[in-house]
Design a protein around this ligand. Structure first.
Ligand SMILES: Nc1ncnc2c1ncn2[C@@H]1O[C@H](COP(=O)(O)OP(=O)(O)OP(=O)(O)O)[C@@H](O)[C@H]1O
Length: 269
């Protein structure tokens, strides 16, 4: 019998870069938000991005996903520059971001919300949809299958026809992850995916994120304030403080780093 196919790429292969940031700097009206940030995220890695409030974490995800344009530095995948692309093109290149506050349409069903990700992602132009060409119908069918797969992977299949507004907050957060997963990203950028969840909902979300990596080999960069969760989920922790990377390494080593502890306790030297 043939050996089972391994979907997750070799995580230890340093040549397998999922996304790389080179000397990123960003400021708003004289406020330095990011300062010379360099980061190489390897394929299949789960990276926890942590740091005190206002450290620049969301801004960094915005730069990676094309929502912000850095003043200096570059973002690339395997040498291909992303930093001049709009978010929609970055998503097509495989890098998909979720937001801290839900970006769902409350008055639409769960399935339709998940399908909106594809509306941005579609390759077949609108004239095909207008004329209901075969290409449009095929893309429609594929999108629907991918959406239903993503819903099933998060145990949301029974909610496909439910209005988002009728669901508890924790389930809505899973719908948001399903929408991102349905776009079959190589890299998921998750901005506080567990915020506001109860312990059971957190547990389910952690499993969903881990399985995205374990089953599909998806690279994950996530911002999370619950340090207990980050320590169990992440392969690597990157700590930002006042726009700079102050630590980058294995979670237990980083959590014990005196500069990190000082940044969190507000006792910087
Ligand atoms: N579009 C913007 N215009 C002006 N200032 C901004 C903008 N985006 C971010 N900032 C500022 O950049 C700094 C870093 O914000 P950012 O949201 O990236 O931090 P964070 O580490 O994600 O914080 P938190 O953990 O509180 O969400 C803050 O001072 C914020 O006010």
């Amino acid at each position: 019998m043939a050996a089972p196919q391994t979907l997750a790429p070799q995580r230890d292969d340093p040549s397998c870069s999922a996304i790389a940031l080179h000397d990123i700097s960003l400021s708003f009206g004289g406020l330095d938000v990011l300062r010379d940030v360099s980061l190489d995220v390897r394929r299949g890695e789960i990276v926890g991005l942590i740091g005190p409030n206002g450290a620049g974490k969301s801004s960094l995800l915005n730069v990676m996903s094309g929502f912000y344009r850095a003043d200096r530095g570059g973002v690339s995948i395997d040498g291909t520059r992303l930093d001049r692309l709009r978010p929609q093109r970055v998503a097509r290149a495989g890098v998909v971001r979720t937001f801290q506050n839900l970006g769902l349409f409350a008055g639409m069903t769960v399935l339709d919300n998940v399908l909106t990700g594809h509306a941005l992602h579609g390759k077949v132009g609108w004239p095909h949809y207008l004329l209901r060409t075969r290409a449009a119908r095929t893309e429609d069918r594929r999108n629907r299958e991918a959406a239903l797969d993503a819903l099933a992977s998060l145990d949301l299949q029974d909610h496909a026809d439910t209005l988002v507004s009728a669901l508890p907050y924790g389930v809505q957060k899973r719908v948001e992850l399903a929408r991102a997963k349905a776009m079959t990203p190589q890299t998921l950028l998750l901005d506080e995916p567990l915020a506001g969840m109860n312990p059971d909902e957190k547990h389910e979300m952690v499993s969903a994120i881990r399985s995205a990596r374990d089953i599909r080999g998806t690279t994950v960069v996530l911002i999370e304030h619950d340090i207990g969760v980050v320590l169990t989920l992440a392969d690597r922790l990157v700590v930002l403080d006042r726009g700079r990377v102050i630590a980058d390494g294995p979670p237990t080593t980083v959590a014990a780093d005196s500069a990190v502890i000082a940044a969190y306790l507000g006792t910087r030297h």
